[in-house]
Design a protein around this ligand. Structure first.
Ligand code: CA
Ligand code: CA
Ligand code: CA
Length: 595
């Protein structure tokens, strides 16, 4: 036997094994499209020149946008800016907290516009006895009109100095059938009852709130109400502590036909006495209802559970589906869920998970799950992971979801970089492909003074607008309600789009070509780097296409498109192509020569 031939054959086998290993190591977030490029035109049996392209929508969504939007035509532009965040409530003394948001359409003089609405609990009339206020924005969340008291007029500081109930945790919905506004809240009664659920209703203007009443006066604390509607019928879900530390109940009401809210029925089906808490509710256009909550039946640190009720079925205890756990079983906890229905009939749920990385260390992550079969099955995606959170006492908290349209999902959450310091932020990320991939998060608050007790509240309309509200102490010790709106009237001043080519082994990168439209006062450059046997190369920035790549061999090519603008225009990136020579083919002539 020819020993030299055996030796080279073993080298070839080793190379193929390495090739296979590298294939298996491709990052899950980047699966580029690989196409052979006319190999018949190349010298036979030397190298194969292949190309990697990003040109269709399917290609573009594989990458990671940051302040960049991906469009169905298969291109990318700068995204619109958010308006700078601003104060929602009037500048009165004492704290304001627990904001919730929605939108309604208002027609004046034949012109229909979106009115954004934020409700909150407000201690301006009496410390520790908050009342419910509302404010409107008619300019996309940029500024807010003077706020309005919904409930209650009782002022404990005025003669005859009465005891007054406290109002907490409001929520709001605009009834689709007539645009009327419905607000619910938890009320602490002066007789010591720690919580009943009340509601108030207004015409579309929200100027006055003549309709008020109780949804439940049940014994024990009733709290954390969330309201949704489907056409005519209103639904309020909440946590009831009548029987144990918490069960999830729901009541419904069609003001056109019903004399009062229905008796509550049970959503959560646990009979062990464990706590169910923090419910969220979505109603789709067909009247199906979807609920999520934090549940301690399987883990007293909390897991996220889901149940549904389908339109047209019986409304009674036991008619909600058997609850199923959505959050992962192997995390420390999964809590603080939200849920929204999309116009395409699918549903999205979001929650926070703390992920153990060692007995004493952990990460946090925001998870979004998508279901296209009414919650029978779910596809989960990690929106963003906060690595090594335990090293700095950092955490993520309380994601809030919005479906801007079927092709644009928004999630906002709270990020505390250090729980020992009084600084935190609101982060928001978007998905252009039904939550399969997510953008990098961007910060919505101008100052890192978001109250860590805050749960951000997202509202999104069908025209692609959004408002995110939270509580913030930048004005002093009393928290105030701040909000940011989207879109502003101009593009982000800069953004990036990063995508990875992973052909599956060491290749020699040859050329980079891109096609783009770059109007005056905007800019577009592409930066590249290569993952070599010794790590990442330096970035090289290219301003003119085509360009010869000089990185040499590497198994991954990172391409980052850098967008800049004066705000009034945007580059449009239509496609990227890189060519490379396959190193694997280089071994073939060696083998032949050994003969
Ligand atoms: Ca009660
Ligand atoms: Ca409880
Ligand atoms: Ca319970």
């Amino acid at each position: 036997m020819n020993t030299r031939r055996l030796h080279i054959g073993m080298v070839l086998i080793a190379c193929l094994l390495l090739f296979g290993l590298l294939l298996s190591l491709q990052p899950a977030w980047a699966q580029p499209r690989l196409t052979a490029s006319a190999p018949g035109n190349l010298p036979a049996a030397t190298t194969a020149v292949e190309s990697w392209t990003v040109e269709s929508w399917d290609d573009f969504v594989q990458g990671v946008p940051s302040n960049v939007a991906i469009h169905a035509l298969g291109n990318a532009t700068l995204d619109w800016s958010w308006w700078p965040d601003g104060r929602v409530n009037a500048p009165t003394a004492q704290s304001k907290f627990s904001p919730r948001t929605t939108w309604a359409l208002s027609t004046t003089g034949g012109v229909t516009q979106t009115v954004w609405l934020t409700v909150w609990a407000d201690e301006r009339q009496a410390d520790h006895s908050p009342d419910i206020f509302i404010a409107q924005s008619v300019n996309g969340g940029r500024t807010w009109l003077p706020d309005i008291l919904i409930d209650d007029a009782c002022d404990p500081d005025d003669a005859p100095y009465p005891d007054c109930p406290g109002h907490f945790m409001p929520d709001i919905t605009a009834r689709a059938r007539d645009g009327s506004l419905w607000v619910v809240w938890q009320q602490e009664e002066i007789d010591g009852d720690a919580g009943n659920i009340y509601y108030a209703a207004s015409g579309a203007s929200g100027a006055t709130w003549p309709v008020k009443g109780a949804i439940t006066n049940a014994a024990g604390k009733q709290h954390w109400p969330r309201i949704a509607n489907s056409g005519a019928t209103l639904y309020t879900i909440w946590e009831s502590e009548r029987s144990d530390d918490g069960d999830i109940l729901i009541a419904r009401y069609n003001p056109d036909t019903d004399g009062a809210w229905s008796a509550p029925i049970t959503v959560s089906d646990d009979t062990t006495g464990a706590e169910q808490s923090q419910p969220a509710l979505a109603a789709d256009a067909a009247g199906n209802l979807y609920a999520v909550w934090t549940d301690e039946r399987s883990d007293d640190d909390g897991a996220v559970y889901f149940s549904r009720w389908l339109s047209g079925t019986t409304w009674a205890d036991g008619t909600w589906s058997a609850a199923v756990q959505l959050s992962a079983a192997d995390v420390d906890w999964g809590i603080e869920p939200d849920i929204k229905a999309s116009p395409d009939g699918s549903i999205y749920a979001a929650w926070m998970e703390r992920v153990p990385t060692d007995p004493a260390t952990y990460d946090f992550q925001i998870v979004v799950a998508h279901s296209t079969d009414q919650g029978a099955t779910w596809t989960e995606t990690v929106v963003n992971r906060l690595y090594d959170a335990s090293a700095t006492n950092a955490f993520y908290q309380a994601p809030s979801l919005g479906v801007m349209n079927p092709g644009r999902i928004l999630v906002a959450w709270l990020h505390s970089p250090d729980s020992q310091a009084a600084t935190s932020d609101i982060l928001a990320a978007v998905s252009f492909d039904r939550s399969a991939h997510w953008s990098l998060p961007r910060r919505l608050n101008a100052a890192s003074t978001v109250d860590v007790d805050s749960f951000p509240a997202v509202a999104t309309d069908r025209a692609g607008g959004a408002v995110v509200a939270w509580q913030d102490y930048r004005l002093g010790a009393d928290t105030h309600i701040f909000a940011a709106g989207y879109p502003a009237d101009r593009y982000a001043l800069r953004g990036s789009y990063q995508v990875a080519a992973t052909p599956g082994g060491q290749v020699t990168w040859a050329t980079l070509v891109w096609t783009a439209t770059v109007p005056a006062n905007t800019g577009l450059s592409l930066s590249t780097r290569v993952y070599t046997t010794t790590g990442w190369s330096d970035w090289i920035t290219h301003t003119v296409s085509p360009v010869t790549l000089t990185h040499g061999a590497g198994e991954i090519l990172h391409v980052q498109a850098n967008f800049t603008s004066d705000g009034f225009g945007t580059p449009t990136l239509d496609g990227i192509q890189a060519t490379y020579e396959s190193s694997v083919a280089l071994y073939l002539p060696l083998l032949m020569r050994s003969d």
